[in-house]
Design a binder for this molecule. Structure first.
Ligand code: DAH
Length: 344
């Protein structure tokens, strides 16, 4: 076998064994580049006697062609393999479960607020809001509780300065609305919001809680309208079939004032631990808007009358969902919150 033949066998064997594209390139440089083995054989041809030149040249050319073709083939195979490996490693496994985002739930107080709003929007009421940092004027004065009035002690207040406090009740919103809308009667409003009291937090007290205030002012509004409206609200919140009763009470901004009880939603009036054996549950305060309050707003109390009520949202949520510690509503423990779904 000639030297060229041996070299060819050896080189083809090497090509066969090449395992990646880098090795292919290294081989090309070693054998087929300008300074490679094949080129140096061509150099050698010059030193050969004339008669050997032609056949040597031919052999080297065959060698060059064989190596080039073989190397190209190998390169194509390795490129294909590389591509397959790449595709394999970038493959998306469509059999994997899709990521399902964890959806939050509405806070029970939001559920109660929305339920109250929905019930009154259905009756044609509007929703109104007011500032939590409120003037003493709207929180007390306009609610017929002037300075020095003993009723100021009914609500321990958090004052910011002499004239400003964190509102103690949503009745402050009622007073703002009366002032603003006195010339646009009738008024039919629900005012939900946060309120603040100087209280020590325990299972039934919170220094911050929520109320929703209701207000209707028009000609010919009576206590009967109030009772019918409250009955409708209780039915929508707790389901139909609850009886409500009025107990005489006192609020400076209503006359007469009533405390409203509903028949116990757990025992339906028979008496149980929830209603402390009475069959009744105290649910809200209300009454007919005091003539002084109407007068201060510039509304003629001899022509117009109105009713108002204030309901605690925590109380409704606690009764509705059987929550026995008000602090659970404010600790925002996700496990607690996840237990609540819509009121419907
Ligand atoms: N503002 C009262 C409170 O916080 C609740 C209340 C009672 C509101 C009677 C009213 C009402 O509008 O008529 O205790």
């Amino acid at each position: 076998m000639s030297d060229i033949q041996r070299l060819k066998e050896e080189a083809l064997g090497k090509i066969e064994a090449l395992s990646d594209l880098k090795a292919v390139e290294d081989f090309r440089i070693a054998y087929l580049s300008k300074k490679g083995i094949v080129a140096s054989l061509m150099e050698k041809m010059r030193e050969l006697p004339k008669e050997e030149k032609a056949s040597f040249g031919k052999d080297v050319n065959i060698l060059k062609q064989a190596l080039t073709e073989c190397l190209e083939e190998k390169k194509a195979i390795l490129e294909k393999e590389e591509e397959r490996r790449k595709l394999e490693s970038e493959k998306i496994d469509i059999t994997l479960d899709a990521y399902t985002p964890k959806l939050g739930t509405l806070h029970p107080l939001t559920l109660v607020q929305e339920a109250i709003e929905d019930c009154f929007i259905g009756l044609g009421y509007k929703i109104a809001e007011g500032p939590e940092v409120e003037l003493d004027y709207y929180n007390f004065e306009r609610a017929n509780i002037p300075e020095g009035h003993p009723a100021r002690d009914m609500q321990d207040s958090l004052y910011i300065d002499e004239k400003t406090l964190l509102r103690t009740h949503t009745t402050a919103i009622q007073m703002r609305v009366l002032e603003k809308e006195a010339h646009d009667l009738p008024i039919k409003l629900i005012c939900p919001g946060k309120v603040y009291r100087r209280d020590n937090d325990d299972a039934t007290h919170s220094h911050q809680f929520m109320q929703a205030e209701g207000l209707v002012v028009a000609e010919g509004i009576t206590l009967g309208d109030l009772k019918g409206t409250l009955q409708f609200m209780i039915d929508s919140l707790f389901g139909e079939g609850h009886t409500i009763r009025f107990r005489p009470s006192y609020f400076p901004f209503t006359e007469p004032s009533v405390e409203v009880d509903m028949s116990c939603h757990v025992c339906h009036g028979k008496g149980c631990p929830v209603c402390k054996g009475t069959g009744w549950i105290e649910i809200l305060g209300s009454g007919m808007v005091h003539p002084n309050v109407l007068k201060m707003a510039g509304i003629d109390p001899t022509r117009y009358t109105g009713f108002a009520f204030g309901i605690g949202l925590e109380r409704v949520a606690m009764l509705k969902y059987g929550i026995d510690d008000i602090r659970d509503l404010y600790s925002n423990d996700v496990r607690f919150l996840e237990a609540f779904k819509r009121l419907d």
